[in-house]
Design a protein around this ligand. Sequence first.
Ligand SMILES: Cc1cc2nc3c(=O)[nH]c(=O)nc-3n(C[C@H](O)[C@H](O)[C@H](O)COP(=O)(O)OP(=O)(O)OC[C@H]3O[C@@H](n4cnc5c(N)ncnc54)[C@H](O)[C@@H]3O)c2cc1C
Length: 450
Amino acid sequence: MTEFFRLPPSGIKVIIVGTGFGGLCAAIECNRKGHDVILLEKVAELKPLGDIISFSSNSGHIFERWEGVVEKLEPIIHHSDGLSFHDWKGNFATKQVWGDEKQWGRRINGHRGEIQLTVFEHAKARGIDIRLGQRVTEYFETDTEAGVIVNGERLTADCVFAGEGVKSAGRKIVLGFEDRPKPSGYAVYRAWMSSEELAKNERTKHLVNNGDSHSGWIGEDKHFLAAAIKNGKEFSWVLTHKDDADIDEDWQFPGDKEEVKRNLEGWSPVVHDIVDLTPPDKLVDYKLVFRDPLPTFISPKARIALIGDAAHPFLPTSIQGASQSMEDGVTLAITLEKSGKDNVPRAIRAYEAIRYERVHRAQMTGVTTREQWHKADWDKIWKDVKSLHLKREAWLLDFDAETHAYEVVDDVLKKLDKGVTVKTDSLSEPTPAATNGIQAQLAQEIDQLA
Ligand SMILES: Cc1cc2nc3c(=O)[nH]c(=O)nc-3n(C[C@H](O)[C@H](O)[C@H](O)COP(=O)(O)OP(=O)(O)OC[C@H]3O[C@@H](n4cnc5c(N)ncnc54)[C@H](O)[C@@H]3O)c2cc1C
């Protein structure tokens, strides 16, 4: 039987809402640090839904601490050495190789549902109290406890983490009003399928017949990314494009191949063949919504914390949403460990202080990457093809949330005890101006998207 690392019981009771990567990671990390967790999820059964998701080295460290998880993921994740870029017509431009990044940690790219189920099974094996089919409808807090109404029942704990994604009901108690999701101005067509037909096609077989591969085609206001996985046996592609549909919520529905091909007029025959060979029932049209950045992630009495997309929705182009949601849980588990049961609000405030600036900086990279590709001036790019490369920044990726939280938590708690408002991960003097600057810049960038 696997022995799991666990600190002695802290006596702290935590309710966590949502079994996305935010909620699952928070549950596992709280369990590791000795806290008692109830994890609530509205769906009755977790199914391996979705398609490709990428975790960078910053979350690789987190997976690695969970006994046996990386070993289970290894056979099902993507294993290419780099990303080959082409222009939209199909001319090869450059290959970005990940070799140098290996020293930063492990990258994990694969099927969202398969990775999530592996993590879910790990949480179950740890004996975490996971309750499926539990829809949370309300949050509340007092000076001494916090809780939720779930399926009509009142549950209480020392604190609650709201990790129900972009449509979070927990935002209401933090904001004091209900905010609306806003269209991002973009949508994605996505597919995950068997590679069998691609392997028989002259123009696409090179993508799947030599093991895993990763390729991108970049054009004005659009990019098309494709990955072969499981030694080339399965294939996933994503087309990000402008979309001005007026939507209320995140939504997805079956995609229309003819519409996808209209979007790709004048593009490489390779991408057209990929679309043609996609089984219609595997194609999804997914509208991307966003929310304005929040001034805070925590409730007025600091017993409820928003985590993951509930606190900070991410554009897929940042390739960081899931990783950042995991960093939230790691940090909270440690601030609770260091503050103790009698000082839970102090821990929740420290979580926000440690995470706020970093997560907003990470959010901005999604806009930057997309604009870098969609507004590419190809005359310039052919003179400097590496300008297409994804920016892989050490501050973001060469980072271990656990090490960082342990390094800064005492200092943050001391500052909070002195009544200093801290919202920075740099731990320089409190930087309200810098923080407001980031928030304003992000809001402006998001406005420009629509
Ligand atoms: C198209 C697309 C591609 C992406 N690609 C990447 C990528 O490659 N890499 C990356 O890092 N990020 C990516 N992201 C972002 C990433 O998916 C999210 O940032 C991340 O999954 C957020 O996790 P979460 O746990 O906060 O929320 P979610 O994954 O949304 O999970 C929320 C959970 O809460 C449950 N829930 C909701 N309401 C309730 C309720 N009332 N009661 C109980 N349970 C509830 C839901 O059923 C769900 O299980 C992508 C996003 C999109 C839209």
